[in-house]
Design a protein around this ligand. Structure first.
Ligand SMILES: [Zn+2]
Length: 353
């Protein structure tokens, strides 16, 4: 029985780097992902979403400041192809493509409502988790390939439906600084973010726990370069899963970046498809126990992460096998200390795990 749906549109091919410029976040990423989905016999899960209800697009204007949305719109209408910062390009289609990516992410949340043990994967681009209220977030030097924040829009939609709290689980190798900025003072959005420390965007410290009433609802888990499956699985077993069962989210949205994969050049991590299969598996169990659907929205991943990690994640959800992917290898000592430190912090907050 099919347990997942993959939302996709050819519209996502239209956002591409200026002619002659190589950029890792290009439309060929879609081909890598789709070829892998076909190879793994998952293509019948794909649903083409070329047109959606206009009200899903309007979440763009709830997530971002008006002047930022207008700024991107004007550049695209003027066919102003080029870079808006040293990392992030736009072309004449980018405003519409980024808006469609955001709308599809909202639609994914809508589809996930009231169906437990089901994964809705939004295969969208450009990615979104670095896009903050006004573009660049939390002092970052660039927007890191992102235009509009897709998962933030999905989370707002879930809150509108009365689903509190929402959990955003960001497994992209980079910190989701845009998402953190947008929900910094929102106590209804629990943002759990596992990322490589010391790389772009340079944020996501353990001590950053949220502002005001939201203090304690942002959990940052920075991991050292070259962390692999033992470290990631340890973090989930000892921290993330227990946290999720205490939080009991009514909606789970995964910022699904696959750039943590060992063969991805953009990062230094040693994660393999084994971890992505594990992640899919534990989310299926969570989905069953909490009685909810799970949404995943594509963030990073530029080569092997999409080719191997993405299908492993979906297959893990469809055919969970937690014991089969667990390792006997012990995690590095540093990660045990990181988890211990975060435990001591969250114990003083709203949770007791
Ligand atoms: Zn990334």
């Amino acid at each position: 029985m099919k347990r997942s749906l993959i939302l996709f549109s050819k519209i996502f091919y239209k956002h591409d780097p200026p002619r002659g410029v190589y950029h890792p976040e290009n439309s060929l990423r879609l081909d890598i992902a789709l070829n892998a989905i076909k190879r793994e016999n998952l293509y019948d899960r794909v649903e083409i979403v070329d047109t959606i209800d206009q009200r899903y697009y309007l979440y763009r204007d709830r997530v971002h400041e008006k002047h930022y949305v207008e700024y991107i719109k004007k550049l695209c209408i003027a066919k102003n192809e080029g870079f808006i910062d040293s990392d992030t390009y736009i072309n004449q289609h980018s405003f519409d493509v980024a808006t469609h990516a955001l709308g599809c992410s909202v639609y994914a949340v809508e589809l996930s409502l009231n169906i437990k043990e089901f994964l809705v994967f939004a295969l969208v681009r450009p990615p979104g988790h670095h896009a903050g209220l006004n573009g660049k977030a939390m002092g970052a030097s660039t927007q890191g390939f992102c235009i509009f924040n897709n998962v933030a829009a999905g989370a707002l939609y879930a809150l509108d439906k009365g689903l509190k709290p929402v959990t955003i689980l960001d497994i992209d190798v980079h910190h989701g600084n845009g998402t953190q900025e947008i929900f910094w003072t929102n106590p209804d959005v629990i943002h759990i973010d596992i990322h490589e420390e010391g790389i772009y965007p340079g944020t996501g410290y353990i001590e950053d726990l949220g502002g005001g009433d939201a203090y304690g609802t942002k959990i940052n888990i920075p991991l050292k370069p070259f962390s692999g499956d033992p470290e990631y699985i340890y973090v989930f077993e000892e921290l993330v899963i227990p946290l999720l069962y205490v939080i009991k989210p009514r909606c789970v949205i995964v910022s699904a970046g696959f750039d943590t994969h060992e063969k991805e050049e953009i990062s230094d991590m040693n994660v393999t498809s084994r971890f992505y299969k594990y992640l899919g598996s534990i989310l299926r169990i969570l989905s069953l126990r909490l009685g909810l659907g799970v949404v995943a929205v594509l963030e990073g991943g530029y080569s092997a992460g999409l080719d191997e990690g993405l299908p492993a994640f979906i297959k893990g959800f469809e055919e969970p096998d937690v014991d089969g992917v667990k390792l006997s290898t012990k995690p590095s000592k540093y990660v045990v200390d990181v988890v211990k430190k975060i435990h001591s912090l969250v114990k003083r907050l709203h949770y007791s795990i």
